[in-house]
Write a protein that binds this ligand. Structure first.
Ligand code: ADP
Ligand code: ADP
Ligand code: ZN
Length: 220
């Protein structure tokens, strides 16, 4: 199973990709997480991505595509039943690059799921998001609080707020989504791959709707 989750920042891509990777035993690949790993380890790649990420803009396609190409060639991906991409592609050129990468392996995407959530709810989700500094699990101060404030339920790590989840940067990211990422919706609709799910419901219902859509329920 090879899936792409498409949707604005805060739509729940990371939350859902986690569930879907367990459901189908496939690898969850988040380009945001990969960039944050490089940033935290101050690698060359991290240094070139830093300014873009902090300002809420997209990292240039050539850098992002090279990172993704490297990731999908790693053994865990090659040995698994597929992957769920969370946060890639984010531009039409990235979508074309992904097609080419997969075609070279005689593979193709099975489905692209667009998770739709109204803008006001996205802002609430992003400014309230907290992330485990150790295992990267996601929480929300209201919608998904940890049992003990500031502490990860899963590993006991401390929860932090991402720099780019400040309101001003959130606004930039939402604008960037509309300008650069939204054209992928018609790109994938034309390719016959798109399914849309209502992401403005509880996470368990979104997962169920997504699995249904991938199995062929609702084609756009
Ligand atoms: P994305 O990867 O698309 O940016 P996340 O999965 O990180 O989105 O979710 C953003 C925030 O919203 C997180 O704090 C998460 O806990 C919360 N969240 C995710 N899904 C839902 C949902 N269905 N309802 C309410 N809050 C949610
Ligand atoms: P969110 O889950 O809120 O949508 P991500 O964690 O996916 O955010 O991405 C965080 C940041 O990493 C983005 O704002 C962008 O700077 C960079 N990034 C992640 N994926 C890509 C991509 N495919 N192309 C360019 N930049 C990316
Ligand atoms: Zn944790």
């Amino acid at each position: 199973m090879r899936l792409v989750l498409l949707g604005p920042p805060g739509a729940g891509k990371g939350t859902q990709a986690n569930q879907l990777s367990q459901h189908w035993q496939i690898v969850h690949i988040s380009t945001g997480d990969l960039f944050r790993y490089h940033l935290a380890h101050n690698t060359e790649l991290g240094q070139s991505a830093k300014e873009y990420m902090q300002s809420g803009r997209l990292v240039p396609d050539n850098i992002t595509e090279a990172m993704l190409k490297d990731r999908i060639a790693q053994p865990d991906v090659l040995e698994s039943q597929g992957f769920v991409l969370d946060g890639f592609p984010r531009t039409v050129p990235q979508g074309l690059a992904l097609d080419a990468l997969l075609a070279a392996r005689h593979e193709r995407l099975d489905r692209v799921v667009l998770i739709e959530v109204p803008t006001d709810a996205l802002v609430q989700r992003l400014v309230g998001r907290r992330t485990c500094s150790v295992c990267k699990a996601n929480y929300h101060v209201q919608y998904h609080p940890p049992h003990v404030e500031g502490i990860c339920d899963l590993c006991g790590g401390s929860l932090i707020q991402r720099d780019d989840d400040q309101l001003e940067t959130v606004k930039v990211r939402l604008a960037v989504y509309h300008e650069e990422t939204e054209p992928l919706v018609s790109f994938y609709r034309q390719a016959g791959l798109l399914a849309t799910v209502d992401g403005n419901q509880d996470p368990v219902s979104v997962t169920a709707a997504t699995i249904q859509a991938v199995k062929g329920g609702s084609h756009d």
